[in-house]
Ligand binder design. Structure first.
Ligand SMILES: *Cc1c(COP(=O)(O)O)cnc(C)c1O
Length: 379
């Protein structure tokens, strides 16, 4: 719709919302199956765990359906899940905010700390939700240039540049470690050094959606950081390694004061009963996490080797996806893969039109991806 077609009602929408470009999700499997008329479409586009949830989650969900409590509102305080998370991280329940996905926590942080006249800071090529929640509040986005393509951590966050760009207008800083869509990561030392330079009235959100995939030697002591920096929120999700993306559960850890603020803008029943139950069972099944991480490590190594043999550029990744550079517009390659029943993520909306992001799948899924990619590139 052109600007002149817009009704007076559109003009009354909140300032930030009028200029908003909503998140574009990948194509759903069903839609591509209908288009192609085939049944075996594979989606490697949204970094879900290809194994899905573990057996403990499946059992807990099956049992809960039998008890048919779906007619009742969920526990709005999430008492049991908070108790479980509290034990898992050795943190008081009053320092936990539950979210309908960790996306909720990112949004609460923006709603609490941003409005017109304030700014949020994040890296170029960072998670697409940061600019959306910033814009929705009518706040300014300060997009910090990423590390250069020939750096050891190409397109990664440059925390030195973040620190230099901080000023009084900045109310909120988003850091993703590892980052999506690049897979790049930050050293624990660089994160702490940055936090030490942020003024205490500026909130820092450390988004750890892929934390479980990080090599243990590279993991920051986020729990310790929370005690040293009362202006820090650490977010975690059940959508990635825990395999619960469709149920929507995540959480934020922070000081009690920030948790209180975040909880003020949360809708009363934001996490549904099945998600609460499944998340609790998922935390109890660390063997499934280990299995999922081991599969990812082995298959990522294999994918990287084969893609390198095809002379493609692969960004360093400590997550469950690889971002692949083709040295030319990747749109025709994306299209060719779709025609072969493979959904991967184009990177044009992230400003990386020569790249595609591919989630690491099961061994069989990755074989199909590699075969399809070879066929497309040979055209
Ligand atoms: C997937 C993802 C999230 C979380 O998504 P939820 O499903 O809402 O928990 C958060 N941050 C990044 C960087 C992600 O890639």
């Amino acid at each position: 719709m052109s600007a002149t077609d817009r009704s007076p009602l559109f003009e009354r929408a909140a300032q930030g919302v009028r200029g908003l470009h909503p998140y574009e999700p990948g194509m759903p499997i069903d839609e591509l199956q209908r288009r192609l008329g085939v049944a075996d479409v594979i989606k490697l586009a949204s970094n879900e765990n290809p194994l899905g949830p573990g057996d403990k989650v499946r059992a807990a969900l099956a049992e809960s359906i039998d008890q048919s409590n779906l007619g009742l509102y969920p526990d709005g305080g999430g008492f049991r899940l908070k108790q479980r998370i509290s034990r898992f991280h050795d943190i008081e329940p009053g320092r936990i905010t539950l979210g309908n996905g960790s996306n909720d926590i990112l949004e609460f942080s923006a709603r609490v700390f941003l409005n017109p006249g304030r700014a949020a800071m994040f890296s170029a090529y960072a998670f697409a939700v940061y600019p959306i929640v910033t814009q929705a509040q009518g706040a300014r986005a300060i997009v910090v240039p990423a590390r250069p393509p020939d750096d050891a951590m190409p397109y990664g966050h440059d925390l030195e540049a973040f620190a230099k760009a901080l000023d009084d207008e900045v109310a909120l800083v988003f850091i993703a470690n590892p980052n999506n869509p690049t897979g790049t990561w930050l050293t624990p030392d660089s994160i702490e050094a940055f936090l030490a330079r942020v003024r205490p009235h500026t909130l820092v959100v450390l988004d750890e959606a892929y934390q479980e995939y990080l090599d243990p030697d590279l993991r920051p002591d986020s729990r310790g950081l929370l005690d040293r920096y009362p202006n820090l929120v650490v977010t975690r999700t059940f959508s990635k390694t825990y395999g619960l993306a469709s149920l929507r559960a995540g959480y934020g850890l922070s000081s009690p004061e920030i948790a209180d603020l975040l909880n003020r803008v949360r809708q009363p029943f934001n996490v549904n009963s099945l998600a609460l139950l499944a998340a609790e069972a998922a935390l109890d099944d660390q063997a499934h996490v280990e299995r999922s991480v081991a599969l990812n490590t082995a298959q990522m190594l294999r994918l990287r080797k084969e893609l390198e043999a095809m002379k493609l550029t692969i960004l360093p990744s400590q997550a469950n996806f690889l971002t692949i550079g083709f040295g030319c517009d990747s749109a025709p390659i994306h299209q060719g893969l779709l025609e072969r029943g493979l959904i991967v993520r184009p990177m044009g909306s992230y400003g990386l039109p020569q790249f595609l992001r591919v989630t690491v799948g099961t061994e069989a899924q990755n074989t199909r991806f590699l075969d399809a990619l070879k066929a497309v590139l040979a055209r």
